[in-house]
Design a protein. Structure first.
Length: 65
């Protein structure tokens, strides 16, 4: 696994673990935290993030619960 520098990367990893452990309440909270973090992205700086696929997979994984 690559280095997780962003908070959103760490939230995604924790969400994946919560899903794997069938902890739906925790997964729900982590997904809300991810949405909150994603909504904070932006501002004047250009976003160089390539890992949006990881975020999409987290939402797909959550939808499959």
């Amino acid at each position: 696994m690559t280095e997780q520098r962003r908070l959103s990367d760490k939230i995604i990893a924790a969400h994946k673990q919560a899903c794997e452990e069938n902890k739906l309440d925790v997964a729900n909270m982590l997904l809300q935290a991810l949405e909150m973090d994603i909504s904070a992205i932006g501002g004047n700086k250009e976003d160089h993030r390539i890992a949006t696929e990881m975020m999409e997979k987290a939402f797909e994984r959550h939808g499959a619960l």
